[in-house]
Design a protein around this ligand. Structure first.
Ligand SMILES: [Fe+2]
Length: 276
């Protein structure tokens, strides 16, 4: 086949996928090619615009290293990460809801004992975090693994500080016999997603702000249960209605107490669904 037209080229591209292709890859690529071709036809993309798009993706790639992930940022700010999460982790009654992982999770965080400090040496209002991990029926789960990470009060994660090698404002805890885990840290503040790269330029071009409401990240895992990757958002934060990555759910907004005074506290129960 040759002499393709604006319409016939889609079937031609789909027809090049052979029987050697994995069935799921065939399904995904067939849909992707169809939608991508339809997008080009619908918007009447010009060659200049197409090359601009390719240059944008190329720049996203050059911004990535082991501490900066521009493609996750792109996925998050376009709402795709939350869409994928909504399909994978539909809300269920009595189970803690999930939200985006975000680009700042790091492997091998410091081990923090219950009662420990997640943010040693970081100035700012302190908050005592007192949480519990339970099964969906309310039974406490001992020995759950909880990874927690957050930004500093001025809006930076550890990977954005200094040379980015130090681990701070993050840690791994284990729930006690009664399912509790507790630590102290600095009160998280609203912060902008990294906006000095191509994704930031795109947000500005679309007239959007890069802000996320203050939050702590949690990744809770326990044997016999489905893991949950989620946040606790600070009630009253002005950006709860316009989170740049669409991650806010009402059930994840927690009362961190009075904003006055040097110290505050929050309590939250993480309820995990039993594994099927
Ligand atoms: Fe975050």
């Amino acid at each position: 086949m040759r002499n393709f037209t604006e319409q016939s080229i889609t079937d031609a591209a789909l027809g090049r996928i052979t029987s050697e292709c994995d069935p799921r890859l065939r399904e995904v690529m067939t849909s992707f090619i169809r939608h991508l071709h339809e997008f080009v036809r619908e918007t009447r993309i010009t060659p200049e615009e197409w090359f601009k798009g390719i240059a944008f993706l190329t720049e996203c790639g050059t911004f990535c290293d082991d501490k900066r992930q521009e493609f996750i940022l792109l996925s998050d700010t376009l709402g795709v990460s939350m869409l994928v999460d909504a399909i994978a982790n539909p809300s269920a009654p009595g189970v803690t809801e999930s939200t985006v992982l975000g680009p700042f999770f790091r492997e091998n965080p410091p081990i923090i004992a219950n009662g420990g400090d997640l943010a040693p040496g970081i100035a700012g209002k302190r908050v005592d975090i007192d949480c519990r991990v339970t099964s969906e029926d309310g039974a406490p789960i001992a020995g759950a693994q909880i990874d927690c990470w957050q930004s500093s009060p001025d809006g930076f994660y550890d990977s954005q500080m200094g040379d980015g090698s130090a681990h701070n404002l993050r840690g791994r805890l284990t729930s006690a016999k009664d399912g509790r885990f507790w630590f102290n840290t600095t009160l998280p503040a609203a912060y902008p997603v990294p906006h000095d790269g191509p994704v930031g330029a795109l947000l500005r071009a679309m007239g959007r702000h890069p802000m996320r409401p203050g939050h702590l990240h949690f990744w809770v895992q326990a044997p016999g249960h489905r893991q949950v990757i989620t946040h606790l958002f600070v009630k009253g934060d002005p950006y709860l209605e316009s989170d740049a990555v669409f991650g806010v759910k009402d059930s994840l907004v927690a009362d961190f107490g009075s904003q006055d005074g040097p110290r505050t506290k929050v309590h939250y129960d993480f309820r995990l669904k039993k594994a099927a």
